[in-house]
Each structure stands twice: as structure tokens, then as C-alpha cells.
Design a protein around this ligand. Structure first.
Ligand code: HEM
Length: 540
């Protein structure tokens, strides 16, 4: 017995010593460097905590650095030390440094990206891999997202999904229903991504789909537990449900992939993501085996199949919720800025005429009509400036020491998360003058002074592959709906939505705004409008 106790004591002491040594090493790394007040014991947990306490309880982390910078009068680049509860971070709001991080040095993605995506497809996907594997997938999928292809082949499919959305919204307007807009924009964008990626009708706007149901359950169990109901994190069902959902998504997408492969000779060449993945496979087979007749290849190699499935799932993930949030915010800001709404409606009248029933046909007949919507385009850009849904996070390396362009001060990155934070660039007075004002006109004015500080889709090689698609979707949805009804955000009525099955907390206590907006961002996957943007619509 005494021996066992001694052994336990030795193990405990060893672990404690290891922890203390690690703590000293970690704290030493950032002590004395620019950032909020730092202590050997707390790191910057307390000083960051003081700022966070003044923000809405569930506000998205990407909104915090701006307030931390303000409170402690920091420069545009500084360190934050949340260890052991979070990573040690180098934050920057200097666009020139962003250029160094994501273009010139192109630092690798931080491990949290892969960690985050492990429940949505797993490894070997285009978002979290590096080097040759990433390059293979990016070049395989690029043709599926070029503007010409999207305009010619995808706009008609998108318009069909929008037509369903428009009808659903009209019914809600007629009934003066209180509902969460984000639930419906998510269904819309999921259905669109189903068409673009898999050439499949998910039909979630009107019914259910196994893949999407598993996917939604996954989002709920991965994020809502962490965000709204911490007790769910300890729920014994959680690991089982997460694995089950992943299994269902993989199984169903695997079936689609196999069917698509088996019937490939019956179709003309397409640029749906699923077909591009298969094409990449056939190219690999040809490369490896030389003069083989590809028509005789009957089975996909297992390793490739697994990676293709991962990519398809990641596309479904990356391709819907950012766009869905952007649509919600577009309605929100237009409703708060009647002048911009009137101007946009005027443009739509001019381009499409006043008959709303013909607009879908006009898009189908000439998708390039979208390019005439200059003001609408500026509206979408301004929405993405004010509420960017995602930022890149990179991993520092021993050889990369960033330099402040104005002072020459050096910023080592080794062992740190490097975070060029979009909200920081987009809400910076130096770049925008009036950053908290919704003013689409700034994107129509002369001069490209703002370009470097505008990064909703990140920049460099790892920028967003789906940015054209997202811009197309949001412009079309505005064109097809903005003249039918008036949107009103109804955060004041959110308590009435309690228990609606969405899992949102219906929070009515504490601070209820950020940057002057009650629709502040929360983190649920990517950053989204809190409470799913409760609203009512009024028919015009
Ligand atoms: C408003 C909508 C969108 C926004 C704001 C957005 C934003 C971003 C950002 C900031 C990144 C960089 C992430 C990182 O570095 O980790 C990214 C990457 C990516 N996005 Fe988007 N995105 C949007 C829509 C889409 C759509 C519609 C798709 C697909 C159909 C998509 C697919 C991807 C993919 C695959 C990547 C990884 C690219 C790579 O690493 O090569 N996104 N997006």
C-alpha cells in the first residue's frame, strides 16, 4: 500500500513539475511583450477578462481584440496569453502584416482548424491540409468556382432554390410570423451547396435529408454545447452522437460518390465538386498506370475515396453558414438604413423592372445581368465588412519574425497562433473613418485605399475558393426578395421563441449590443447573428 502511495506521489510530483516548467516557459515567451497587462500567474487572462466582462456574454471571440486594443491603448499588433485555457496568440490589425502572414510567408493553418473540422469530414480536406495535398485539391476544385462557370451553369440552379425561399418568406410575411431568419437562410444555402457540390437536391427548405440532418445535429452537438449549454459537453451521449453523425455523413456521401463514379460515362463532363474529385482520381490513376483505359476502372481506391468524402463534407460546411449569416445581416442593415434600402430597390427597379414575377426568368435568360447591380454589390461588400463571418488562423514558426512597418519592432511567432483578425481590420478608424456606420457608398467611391484592410475572404493562396459563389448568392437573394417585404429584427420578442428546438438561449440579460448593433455575432461554427436573427416581415 505504502509503495502504491509513494508511486502515486512520485507521478503527481513529476506531472506538477512538468506543468510548472511548461508554465514558466509559456509565460516567459510573452512576458514583457506588447499586449494587455501580463502577469506570471495569470498571463493576460485577467486583463482580457476585464474587457470580456463588459461585452455580451456570448459575443464571438473575433470581436474582442478591438476592445482589448482600445482599453489598453495598444498598437495594431499585440500578444494575448490565455494559456492554459486557450492558445497564446499574436493578433494583428495591420493589413501590411496580414500580407506577410498570408501572402508572403503563407504561414501554415493553425492546428485548431483541423481540430475544428475533425467532426466535419476529418483529415485530408482542402481547408486544413498543407503543401502538396492541399495543392492537389485546390487545383482540382478551382474550375468549379470560377466566375464564368458559376454564371453560366450555377445561376439557374441557384435561382430555383431562391424561388422556393421567396415563396416561404412571403407566407411568413402574410402570417406576420415571428421566426429566426437564420434557420431559413441556412436551409436555402445548404440546398444551394447540395446542387453546386453534389448535383443533388437536398430539399431541406421543403423536407428532410439524411446528410443534412446528421450535419445539423453535428453542428448542434459540437458548438451549441460549448456555447449555450456547457452541461452538454459532459453528456455521455455526446461522443457517441458525434461519431454516429460523422459515420452517417460519410456513409451517405460515400454512396453518392460511388454511384456517381459508376455512372460517369452516362454524363457530360461537369464541374460539380463531386465530379471534379473523381476527375482528379482518374488523372492520378492515369498518371500512375500510364496507358490504361479509364473506362475499365470500376472502383475508387479507398484512401482517395476517404479524402474525397472529407472534402465534400467540408465544402458543405464551408459553403453554407458564412453565406447564410451574410444574408441575415444584409436584411438587418438594410432595414436599419432605409436610405440604402431605397437606393438598392431603385437600382433593382431599373435593372429588372417593377414586375417581381419575371425576375427569376430574367436571371436565367441572362445571369450576367448581376453585373449591373453595382449598388447591391456594394451593399453586400459593406455587410461583409461590418460582419465578417470568419478569419484565417495560422501557426507561427521559429523562422518567422514579423516586423512592424512603422516602428520596426519585431514580433516573434514561434509556437503561437497568428491571428490577422478581420473584425480588427474592418472596424479600424484609420482605414474606414466611420467604421461603425453602414455606408455601401464607400465601395463605389474612387480610390482603392481600403482594399488592403478589406479581407472577408482572407487573401493569398488560401483565400476563399467560394467567394464568387457567395457574392452571387447574396446578390440574387436580395434582388429576388428585397422589394417584396420589409424586414424588422425582433430581438425584443426573442423570449417568445424559447423552446423552438433551435437550441438558441433566448438571452435577454446583460449587455445586448456590440459596436452599436443588437445583432452582434456569436460563434457557432463561424460567426453568426445572435439568436438566429429573430424577425418579422411585412408585405409591401
Ligand atoms: C460570405 C461567404 C463566405 C465567407 C465570408 C468566407 C470566408 C472564408 C475565409 C475567411 C476563408 C479562409 C479560412 C482560413 O484561412 O482558414 C475561407 C476559405 C475557404 N472557403 Fe470560404 N467563405 C464564404 C463562402 C464560401 C463558400 C460559398 C464556399 C464553397 C462553396 C467556401 C469554401 C471555402 C473553402 C473550401 C476554403 C478553404 C480554401 C483553401 O484553403 O484553399 N466559402 N472562406
Amino acid at each position: 500500500m505504502a509503495r502504491i502511495s509513494l508511486a502515486i506521489a512520485v507521478v503527481a510530483a513529476t506531472l506538477l513539475i512538468r506543468f510548472l516548467l511548461k508554465a514558466i516557459k509559456r509565460r516567459r515567451r510573452l512576458h514583457g511583450l506588447p499586449g494587455p497587462p501580463h502577469s506570471w500567474f495569470w498571463g493576460s487572462l485577467r486583463s482580457m477578462g476585464d474587457v470580456l466582462m463588459e461585452q455580451p456574454t456570448r459575443a464571438a471571440p473575433q470581436t474582442f481584440p478591438t476592445f482589448i486594443k482600445e482599453r489598453y491603448n495598444l498598437g495594431d499588433t499585440f500578444y494575448m496569453d490565455a494559456w492554459p485555457f486557450g492558445p497564446q496568440v499574436l493578433v494583428t490589425m495591420d493589413p501590411r502584416m496580414m500580407e506577410d502572414i498570408s501572402v508572403k510567408k503563407n504561414l501554415p493553418k493553425h492546428e485548431l482548424v483541423a481540430d475544428f473540422l475533425r467532426w466535419f469530414g476529418g483529415a485530408n480536406n482542402i481547408v486544413s491540409t498543407e503543401g502538396a495535398v492541399w495543392k492537389k485539391w485546390r487545383s482540382a476544385f478551382n474550375p468549379g468556382f470560377n466566375a464564368g462557370h458559376l454564371m453560366a451553369s450555377m445561376v439557374p440552379l441557384i435561382v430555383d432554390e431562391m424561388a422556393i425561399f421567396t415563396k416561404i418568406m412571403e407566407k411568413k410575411a402574410q402570417a406576420n410570423e415571428l421566426f429566426r431568419m437564420e434557420t431559413w437562410t441556412t436551409k436555402l444555402t445548404v440546398d444551394i451547396i447540395g446542387k453546386v457540390v453534389l448535383d443533388t437536391a437536398f430539399d431541406t427548405q421543403t423536407s428532410h435529408n439524411k446528410i443534412v440532418d446528421a450535419f445539423n445535429s453535428q453542428v448542434r452537438w459540437v458548438y451549441q454545447g460549448a456555447q449555450f449549454k456547457p452541461s452538454e459537453l459532459w453528456d455521455i451521449r455526446r461522443p457517441i452522437i458525434l461519431r454516429w453523425n460523422n459515420y452517417v455523413m460519410r456513409r451517405e456521401i460515400g454512396k453518392l460518390l460511388d454511384a456517381r463514379f459508376a455512372t460517369r460515362s452516362q454524363r457530360v463532363k461537369s464541374k460539380h465538386v463531386i465530379d471534379l474529385a473523381l476527375e482528379a482520381y482518374l488523372k492520378e490513376v492515369k498518371g500512375a498506370k500510364g496507358e490504361i483505359n479509364l473506362a475499365n476502372v470500376t472502383k475508387i481506391d479507398n484512401e482517395f475515396r476517404e479524402a474525397a468524402i472529407s472534402n465534400v463534407i467540408v465544402f458543405i460546411f464551408a459553403g453554407h453558414d458564412t453565406t447564410s449569416a451574410t444574408i441575415c445581416y444584409a436584411y438587418y442593415y438594410l432595414s436599419k438604413n432605409p436610405h440604402s434600402l431605397a437606393k438598392m430597390r431603385e437600382e433593382l427597379d431599373e435593372v429588372f423592372g417593377k414586375d417581381l414575377d419575371v425576375i427569376a426568368d430574367k436571371f436565367k435568360a441572362n445571369p450576367y445581368i448581376l453585373n449591373k447591380l453595382e449598388y447591391t454589390n456594394a451593399v453586400v461588400k459593406e455587410v461583409l465588412r461590418m460582419q465578417p463571418p470568419a478569419s484565417t488562423i495560422r501557426a507561427g514558426t521559429p523562422d518567422v519574425v514579423l516586423k512592424d512597418y512603422d516602428t520596426g519592432e519585431e514580433f516573434p511567432t514561434d509556437g503561437l497562433m497568428v491571428w490577422p483578425v478581420d473584425v480588427g481590420f474592418h472596424r479600424h478608424e484609420k482605414h474606414w473613418g466611420d467604421p461603425n456606420v453602414f455606408r455601401p457608398e464607400r465601395f463605389l467611391e474612387n480610390g482603392d485605399w481600403s482594399r488592403d484592410a478589406y479581407v472577408p475572404f482572407s487573401k493569398g493562396n488560401r483565400n476563399c475558393i467560394g467567394q464568387e459563389l457567395a457574392m452571387i448568392e447574396v446578390r440574387i437573394v436580395l434582388a429576388m426578395t428585397a422589394r417584396s417585404w420589409d424586414f424588422e429584427a425582433k430581438f425584443s420578442e426573442v423570449a417568445k421563441l424559447r423552446g423552438d428546438g433551435t437550441g438558441y438561449p433566448c438571452d435577454v440579460k446583460g449587455k445586448q449590443e456590440q459596436f452599436g448593433d443588437e445583432a452582434y455575432q456569436i460563434q457557432l461554427g463561424t460567426a453568426k447573428p445572435r439568436e438566429g436573427m429573430p424577425c418579422r416581415l411585412k408585405l409591401r
